[in-house]
Design a protein around this ligand. Structure first.
Ligand SMILES: C[S@@+](CC[C@H](N)C(=O)[O-])C[C@H]1O[C@@H](n2cnc3c(N)ncnc32)[C@H](O)[C@@H]1O
Length: 99
């Protein structure tokens, strides 16, 4: 976490402890200027970077996390309501979904 830029560390403070505890720490090469963009996290695990990205893309952006491990997805989905409330996200079902 110490190597993470300050603005990301500030967002990380609002990520739930359960999600942070299960972060594998593969590095988070999160680019700048994401407002309004769609971000795709392949191998998103419990979703730590997805939740950070959701703050960065803002209300007009979109974040897609993909993972093949049910246990990881279960933690990510269980923590979704907490982060939606924390970061002011809109459910995908309300903005249109492809699946
Ligand atoms: C080392 S973990 C990193 C997870 C997360 N990015 C983190 O840093 O906490 C790699 C993740 O990639 C997922 N993964 C690996 N190969 C995959 C594939 N072909 N399709 C979807 N997910 C995959 C695994 O299930 C695992 O959760």
């Amino acid at each position: 976490m110490d190597s993470m830029p300050l603005h990301l560390r500030e967002i990380l403070r609002d990520v739930s402890e359960e999600v942070k505890d299960q972060f594998y720490g593969c590095g988070s090469p999160i680019p700048s200027l994401l407002e309004g963009k769609t971000a795709l996290d392949l191998g998103s695990g419990t979703g730590r970077d997805c939740f950070i990205l959701s703050k960065l893309v803002g209300a007009m952006g979109k974040v897609i996390g993909i993972d093949m491990t049910d246990e990881q997805l279960e933690v990510a989905n269980r923590n979704l309501p907490y982060h939606m409330q924390k970061f002011g996200m809109t459910p995908a079902s309300e903005v249109g979904s492809c699946c």
